[in-house]
Design a protein around this ligand. Structure first.
Ligand code: PGA
Length: 253
């Protein structure tokens, strides 16, 4: 099986002032020697601030929380992939559950974004996950399969190198309720099996991250699973000391 490096990504959502960003970096320790891949997706207005930090922290990956499926033009408030790349962004999240539920992003819009970003050679973190209602109605696998089949249809060849998947059960995001290690592994294993049927993904090499109330107290158990290759972290990524712990756990596994 292809060796998959651990990847820890912080999703800061609409949080962090400039002074909080400074304090995050002053409380981050040993980042030069984290033995995992790691990165942060700040608010887009703070992308240049984070890119500036790359001059000291060479291994920092800077991400966008969203991107447009269009090249450029009359799309007020949107973020063009070309401009993100020009600004030094290394990856973009696509299809985060908040984008799906609050901004009406459907599987087919998400598919357009994924393809557009991959065509421009930008690394994509494709997010998916079921709601509590879907889980309780035993629809989890059906929903995940649909999100994967529509969201990842027609991928270009670059996907085999640039696509990362983040499984984030909606009921676990920001709720303090994490999926158990077994629930997470079961979903990740299912996702890896589904993507083996999708063209231009190397399912054995594709990193699949878990997201949803990940914190220093539970990351070790989650990452110990065969198919969990890292984490996409909201709340616990906001403070430098907590983020340091997450990366240190990923380093020791
Ligand atoms: P959380 O958020 O870690 O605060 O649950 C995760 C996410 O939304 O990516």
């Amino acid at each position: 099986m292809d060796k998959r490096q651990k990847l820890i990504l912080g999703n800061w959502k609409m949080n962090q002032s400039l002074s909080e960003i400074e304090s995050f970096f002053s409380n981050l320790s040993g980042a030069e020697s984290f033995n995992c891949q790691w990165g942060i997706a700040p608010q887009s207005i703070h992308i240049p601030k984070l890119v500036e930090k790359k001059s000291i922290l060479k291994n920092l990956l800077v991400g966008s929380q969203n991107c447009s499926e269009n090249n450029n033009g009359a799309f007020t408030g949107e973020l063009s992939v070309d401009s993100l790349i020009e600004s030094g962004v290394d990856f973009t999240l696509v299809g985060h559950s908040e984008r799906r539920s609050l901004y009406g992003e459907t599987n087919s819009i998400i598919n357009k974004k994924v393809i557009h970003a991959l065509n421009k050679n930008l690394r994509v973190i494709f997010c998916l996950g079921e709601t509590l209602e879907e889980r309780e109605n035993e629809k989890t696998f059906e929903v995940l399969r649909e999100q994967l089949t529509i969201g990842l249809a027609g991928l270009p060849e670059s996907a085999s190198k640039l696509l990362v998947i983040a499984y984030e059960p909606v009921w676990a995001i920001g709720t303090g309720k994490t999926a158990t290690s077994d629930q997470a592994q079961e979903a990740h294993h299912f996702i890896r099996k589904c993507i083996s049927e999708i063209k231009n993904i190397n399912h054995a090499a594709c990193q699949i991250l878990y997201g949803g109330s990940v914190k220093p107290e539970n990351i070790q158990e989650l990452l110990a699973n065969e198919d969990i290759d890292g984490a996409l972290v909201g709340g616990a990524s906001l403070k430098g000391d907590s983020f340091t712990k997450l990366c240190n756990f990923a380093t020791t596994i």
